[in-house]
Design a protein around this ligand. Structure first.
Ligand SMILES: NC(=O)c1ccc[n+]([C@@H]2O[C@H](COP(=O)([O-])OP(=O)(O)OC[C@H]3O[C@@H](n4cnc5c(N)ncnc54)[C@H](O)[C@@H]3O)[C@@H](O)[C@H]2O)c1
Ligand SMILES: [Zn+2]
Length: 512
């Protein structure tokens, strides 16, 4: 893929572009310089001799040609992306980052450059630079990837681009785990991503009724791929919805070699993945999670399935997607409650293996990229060591034995993450009763849940109902519930058995 830099003159496209190219060990191309070396004339000379229209045609040809190549850092001239075709071509070839800078910064950076007419006052006395920035503001704002550069050294800007904007391959993935691409704007250049992963365009995009109007329909029309949407929400994570998916797969002529793209939260991903696992004994699928919860948890690890009226996820399979494409840009439309629900699973990952993440996780959206990566890494590391849950992977169930019981007892009306947060607290109480954890642990967890805007108890919940729902938990061993219990931030013990009185007391502690 390529990385393209855009922005006003003086935003640092060339300087930063060269640094990015060095860090990425690839070639740098400045579109203007490319045209100058091909024609032997400067841009100013070309403007004067052949006029702007002819120059723009040259520019278009150069951009289309560069966008076909790979592994380039491309800096585009300030006017280049006024042409929507140029923008589409570059966005299809990789991330396009818009560098921003204030007029004062631009003036300071370009002060020694006498070839810049923009820095001179216009005939009417207005300042040309300010006029240009105002005219193009809407265009600059329309890029998903923005980077303010005021007061930053070019090296810092280049590093931020690599860390924040670019596709990221987690460093410690197991060879058998699916490829994961975490990059803001990644859905923009999906065709290129698929090409590099050796995957065809999906035959069908599966999404839910909330995500379809926000992201699904637009993605479908951009890719020229049909979109099927199913009812949103955990209450629809059922065999009845699976039937809708199988019907859609057949209606759209999906064959064994076809690929399905799931675009949605954990509910949609679990169902679309299970449909992909079972349709014609298995077709490949791509998971594009659209909730924080799905990015940090549900999209990773290959578990797919649906609920039965008797309990959560009782029917399912291990069927990892061929590729996970996580584009944090889609989280912009996530309701605050769903953001909080995602934080509950991120907090769980901190509790399991990253005490600093547990302590530092902030409530505000968006979750900073570095913390998102850390929350993801905890799960990737565990799944890499124990993909089929023969041992340690059971740690990921912390909070979930009681949490799933709460979800079922509430008739699946509570967001999954909320139930898990309450489950973490209840299971910390159980750990204290079993003398596995310090007496202060529940209060520590409770305080973190409250800080993150998560509930710490559920009104109207009947402990007996929760307990009854837990009897159908998948995680039983020889008929006995096997808990994963928190011992301290960063430390969880799995395979723990408890007697009924302790379990009931723990559940009652979160029922009000
Ligand atoms: N497979 C696994 O390993 C695994 C792990 C954790 C959780 N899960 C499952 O994940 C499910 C919970 O996932 P979830 O919290 O993502 O639920 P969800 O899929 O129901 O999404 C939550 C809500 O947000 C909406 N939504 C999704 N993306 C949006 C966006 N970008 N903007 C606006 N609205 C959006 C959805 O339509 C839905 O109403 C549970 O069923 C749980 O069992 C699975
Ligand atoms: Zn969960």
């Amino acid at each position: 893929m390529n990385l393209s830099l855009y922005g006003p003159p003086g935003s640092g496209k060339t300087t930063v572009g060269k640094l990015c190219a060095r860090l990425m060990q690839c070639d740098f191309v400045d579109v203007d310089a490319h045209i100058e070396s091909a024609t032997g004339s400067t841009v100013a000379e070309l403007f004067a001799s052949e006029g702007e229209l002819r120059f723009r045609a040259r520019e278009r040809a150069a951009i289309l040609q560069l966008a076909q190549r790979d592994n380039l850092v491309i800096a585009t001239g300030g006017g280049a992306l006024l042409d929507a075709n140029n923008r589409t071509a570059l966005e299809a070839s990789g991330p396009v980052v818009c560098l921003r800078a204030s007029a004062a910064t631009i003036r300071a950076r370009l002060s020694g450059d006498r070839t810049r007419p923009l820095l001179q006052p216009a005939a009417d006395g207005e300042l040309q630079l300010e006029q240009l920035l105002a005219q193009r503001q809407q265009l600059y704002d329309s890029f998903a990837l923005q980077l303010p550069t005021d007061g930053l050294a070019p090296q810092v800007v280049a590093q931020r681009i690599l860390a924040e904007a670019l596709a990221w391959q987690p460093p410690r993935q197991n060879e058998s785990s699916p490829a994961l691409l975490l990059g803001s704007g990644a859905l923009q250049y999906l065709p290129r991503v698929l090409q590099q992963a050796g995957l065809p365009l999906p035959a069908l995009i599966v999404t839910d009724t909330n995500v379809a109007p926000l992201w699904g329909t637009a993605l479908g029309s951009r890719l020229g791929v049909p979109v099927c949407s199913v009812p949103a929400g955990e209450a629809h994570k059922t065999l009845a919805t699976m039937r809708l998916l199988y019907d859609a797969f057949l209606d759209h002529g999906l064959e064994r070699g076809s690929v399905v793209l799931a675009l949605g939260g954990g509910v949609l991903g679990d169902m679309a993945g299970f449909a992909a696992a079972t349709y014609m004994r298995g077709v490949r699928w791509i998971n594009a999670p659209t909730t924080l919860l799905a990015m940090v948890d549900a999209s990773l690890g290959g578990k797919v399935g649906v609920d039965l009226p008797q309990g959560k996820n009782l029917v399912g399979a291990f069927h990892p997607p061929a590729l996970v494409v996580s584009d944090p840009c889609v989280l912009a439309t996530l309701p605050p409650a769903q953001h909080a629900a995602g934080l509950a699973e991120a907090l769980k990952h901190g509790l399991i293996a990253d005490a600093a993440l547990f302590a530092e996780l902030p409530a505000a959206a968006p979750l900073p990229r570095a913390l998102l990566q850390r929350a993801i890494q905890v799960k990737l590391d565990i799944v890499a060591r124990d993909p089929l849950e023969h041992g340690e992977r059971a740690k990921l169930n912390v909070g979930h034995t009681i949490g799933h019981g709460i979800e079922a007892a509430c008739g699946y009306t509570l967001p999954h993450g909320f139930a898990i947060g309450i489950g973490l607290l209840a299971e910390a109480q159980l750990a204290v009763r079993l003398q596995l954890a310090d007496a202060a642990l529940p209060a520590t967890i409770r305080a973190r849940l409250l800080q993150l805007g998560l509930p710490v108890a559920q009104r109207g919940l009947h402990a007996q109902q929760v307990r009854a729902a837990m009897q159908r938990d998948k995680k039983k061993q020889a008929g006995q519930l096997a808990f994963a219990l928190p011992r301290a931030p960063g430390l969880v013990e799995y395979g723990v058995h408890a007697n009924d009185a302790d379990i009931m007391a723990a559940i009652e502690s979160v029922c009000t």
